[in-house]
Design a protein around this ligand. Structure first.
Ligand code: FAD
Ligand code: SF4
Ligand code: SF4
Length: 498
């Protein structure tokens, strides 16, 4: 709800409405809106809807298809993180997340509506802050894309003002300490899933210790998502709030097999939540991958986000066409690379990254080369110098399974003094040994409760789903914390927790 008066609101929307439907139809897939029959499946699939009741994708679509007039809750679309669960679930093939993005674009273009939209944002952030520990970081990532459009940037500057003001206000929220006889819970991994669970459990009076191998907490919020999309002092401020509640975050502390076994055996912790994400870089398995200058994407992004020393090449080649590859390419541009070429197996239409991110990357100078597969990386004096590619004729078989087919007669070479490999990430689960059941390399859980096969041990986030999204990891942390609480209550009654 807006704090503007009704008459002011009406005035705003009478201006915004003009040509709205036509413009929406011209965004990526806006015209698919007409196939929506309001079944609500997208809303049921949306993790954000489960967090705040004012967020209902199907309702937003209904109102958008009518025109933007009289949509008091429309500004909730600013919180959509484009996780794509809605689109994947829609029986009608509506690209829901792209419509949400189109609405954000329209919002940034329509100066008359800014006061209205921003007053709504503040209220939505407040609602979100009651449900998750990172309302500002989450919204910043979801909303703010750097741009060369002056007007859009002015809108984003105003959005940032709201976000920073909220950050300062939320700091004044209630601080808690664990009860003296509280049960102790160990959380492995301090990403969005782990810290959401830590926050929830701490709010319920439990004593929580989080183990994190890196020098900074926050998982991909801190070390994956590039600094230009999310300032790290914003993440730190929200993590400080979590620490101030009494959550003990032990950084520089990796959990290995022995550590994990001790956690279980010591009896100190009554339950364990595994939230170690998907930190393993996938390899290309081609000649030359070990040459100096060939870097896995998560190492590249981590070093920049943590200000660790790393020299960016002049001629950078990024291999992989997903969002993470695009993030790496745009980071390399910002770090002074003279040329950045991105190569991927997929055709332009099949590229897994969001269309708007590809367009932003191209605008910033990234050259996108589609339908090429890496064949070999060549070097001189053990340093990378060239990457050879062969034409990729198709990426998926008739059952939509990943099965690339190449035409070796068509080749391409790219000179490079740095190659960033961004072909996917996977959970790293060796430390669990054989104690916890896995499924295709990820931790296997009951999706209703996040229980693993081992009594008292829960898991959630990317370590279960593979690389997914912030909102899904946050939702998993919430589900796991609720299950841990009921597990501990039941165990107290029976006197047999871990
Ligand atoms: C470059 C990049 C950009 C992204 N951009 C977006 C975006 O714009 N929007 C979006 O919604 N999602 C985005 N994502 C995905 C999102 O960041 C992840 O889905 C989310 O962070 C998963 O949360 P998590 O808590 O499960 O895991 P993570 O965030 O990966 O956190 C796991 C933590 O566990 C720690 N850990 C690992 N092994 C151990 C161990 N043995 N012992 C102790 N701790 C351990 C790790 O160091 C890490 O801190 C992006 C991901 C990347 C890589
Ligand atoms: S799932 Fe598809 S058809 Fe159903 S409400 Fe959402 S967009 Fe409309
Ligand atoms: S993209 Fe994700 S957050 Fe946005 S509406 Fe769809 S399911 Fe919800």
């Amino acid at each position: 709800m807006s704090s503007l008066t009704d008459s002011k609101t009406n005035e705003v929307f009478s201006r915004v409405d003009s040509g709205f439907k036509h413009r929406l139809a011209n965004f990526y897939s806006g015209d698919t809106l007409r196939f929506c029959y309001q079944c609500g499946t997208c809303t049921a699939a949306c993790c954000l809807s489960q967090l705040i009741s004012v967020y209902r994708p199907n309702k937003i679509l209904e109102l958008a298809s009518l025109g933007i007039r009289n949509i008091p809750q429309s500004n909730t679309y600013l919180l959509c993180s484009a996780c794509t669960q809605c689109t994947k679930s829609c029986p009608q093939g509506v690209n829901v997340h792209e419509v949400m993005y189109a609405l954000k674009e329209l919002a940034s273009e329509d100066e008359y509506a800014w006061d209205y939209i921003l007053s709504g944002l503040e209220e939505n952030l407040k609602a979100l802050s009651l449900e998750i520990p990172f309302p500002v970081s989450y919204t910043w990532v979801s909303l703010v894309a750097p741009s060369d459009d002056e007007k859009k940037n002015r809108f984003y500057e105003r959005v940032k003002d709201v976000l920073l003001r909220s950050l300062a206000n939320f700091k004044k929220e209630e601080k808690l300490s664990p009860k003296p006889d509280a049960d102790k819970v160990a959380i492995i991994g301090s990403g969005p899933a782990g810290l959401t669970a830590a926050w929830e459990l701490s709010r319920k009076g439990l004593s929580v210790t989080v183990f994190e191998p890196l020098p900074e907490a926050g998982g991909m919020f801190m070390v994956g998502i590039p600094f230009y999309r999310l300032p790290k002092d914003v993440v730190k401020a929200e993590i400080d709030n979590i620490k101030a509640m009494g959550v003990d975050i032990k950084t520089n502390t990796a959990v290995d097999k022995e550590f994990f076994k001790n956690l279980l055996d010591s009896g100190e912790y009554k339950s364990v939540f595994v939230a170690t994400g998907a930190p393993a870089n996938r390899n290309l398995r081609i000649e030359g991958e070990n040459l100096e200058g060939v870097v896995p994407v998560l190492d590249f992004l981590r070093k920049f986000n943590l200000n660790e020393p790393m020299k960016v090449g002049k001629k950078v080649v990024v291999i992989g066409g997903g969002n993470v590859g695009i993030d790496a390419a745009r980071t390399a541009i910002r770090c002074g690379a003279e040329s950045v070429q991105l190569f991927c197996l997929e055709s332009r239409e099949e590229m897994p990254s969001h269309e708007w991110e590809i367009q932003d990357a191209i605008r910033e100078g990234v050259v996108v080369n589609t339908s090429w597969g890496p064949k070999e990386i060549l070097g001189e004096d053990n340093k990378v110098s060239t990457v050879k590619f062969i034409r990729c004729k198709s990426v998926f078989d008739e059952n939509k399974r990943f099965k690339p087919v190449f035409d070796e007669s068509k080749t391409e070479t790219a000179e490079a003094d740095m190659v960033i490999i961004a072909i996917g990430q996977a959970p790293s689960t060796e430390f669990l040994g054989k104690m916890v059941a896995l499924e295709r390399g990820a931790v296997s859980v009951d999706p209703q409760t996040m229980k693993t096969s081992l009594e008292g041990v829960f898991a959630g986030g990317d370590t279960v789903s593979g690389t997914a999204s912030l909102v899904e990891a946050i939702a998993a942390g919430r589900v796991a914390s609720a299950s841990i609480i009921s597990y501990l209550e039941d165990s107290r009654k029976e006197g047999d927790a871990l």
